[in-house]
Design a protein around this ligand. Structure first.
Ligand SMILES: [Zn+2]
Length: 277
């Protein structure tokens, strides 16, 4: 954190909007800033301690473990650069669509796929060993899976599982989608990259691997009317209801993949779909 930064503790203001009002003017006037900060506070309860404004009007998010994460690094990025070196703002670059089913998506539209690694390591653990200490077993549609109990993720998965159990009992034909799980916790980079997957934190689950499509194995344009639309909307909605985003809503699709991203869904529900500035 640069010296001379001003600190804004979240407990010192009646609302996030008032905190943003108290920031130096260039920051206070930023579109969507209050929405993004509120999404972090709501999505990661107890984890966001304060914000800090540096003399050159950069904003930092300071977590309860003391780590410091820049909101906007000021760089203009390509889609690939947003994945490789995202700041906090880049988490919200594409607004995650709540509508189902999903059909054609614009090129490089990947809502939630940019994940600032230092932020998620601070929340869930910075190593396999540290993440492992927080894993608990969750009953998921007749199987036991390992999920992180940090940040309410395992509890959220339990709520998804309860909803899915009800859906499957009403619509037995949907059972195939919650069988043959592809896995949850696995400390590993995303294939072909050095970026950690959300599976590394025990905060993602892959459903029926047999029926999935992955952009690296199939041209992004070809999934439109195939598994993206075939995936039962009520299953997707059960996940979304409890804070999980679906990889089928990415241009670079991963249709078996659901990850716990309550902040991304919070922004989608907060108002009309808008791109970040
Ligand atoms: Zn996955």
């Amino acid at each position: 954190l640069p010296s001379g930064a001003l600190h804004f503790g979240i407990g010192s203001y009646p609302s996030t909007e008032e905190l943003v009002h108290a920031l130096p003017t260039p920051l206070a006037n930023r579109p969507h800033l209050a929405t993004h900060l509120q999404a972090l506070i709501t999505g990661y309860p107890g984890q966001i301690r304060e914000f800090a404004a540096s003399p050159d009007d950069k904003l930092y998010v300071i977590l309860s473990n003391g780590s410091c994460h820049i909101y906007d690094d000021g760089k203009t990025k390509s889609a690939a650069q947003r994945l490789d070196a995202p700041d906090i703002k880049d988490m919200f670059f594409d607004a995650y669509p709540l509508a189902n089913p999903t059909d054609t998506l614009p090129e490089d539209f990947d809502p939630g796929r940019a994940r600032p690694e230092a932020f998620f390591k601070a929340i869930y653990g910075a190593s396999a060993e540290e993440v492992s200490r927080s894993l608990v077993s969750v009953d998921f549609c007749g199987k036991k899976v390992s999920f992180t109990n940090r940040n309410g993720a395992a509890d959220a998965l339990k709520r998804v599982a309860a909803d899915l159990t009800a859906i499957v009992s009403q619509h037995p034909e949907s059972r195939i989608w919650v069988e043959k799980l592809g896995g949850t916790y696995n400390w590993r980079p995303i294939a072909g990259t050095d970026r950690l997957s959300m599976h590394s934190y025990g905060a993602a689950i892959d459903l029926n691997a047999d029926r999935s499509d992955y952009w690296k194995w199939k041209a992004p344009g070809t999934v439109r009317t195939y598994s993206r639309k075939a995936f039962p909307a009520e299953i997707i909605e059960a996940f979304e209801r409890h804070g999980f985003i679906w990889g089928g809503k990415w241009y670079h699709f991963d249709t078996m993949h659901f990850e716990y991203r309550p902040e991304v869904l919070w922004v989608s529900r907060a108002g009309p779909l808008q791109k970040s500035p």
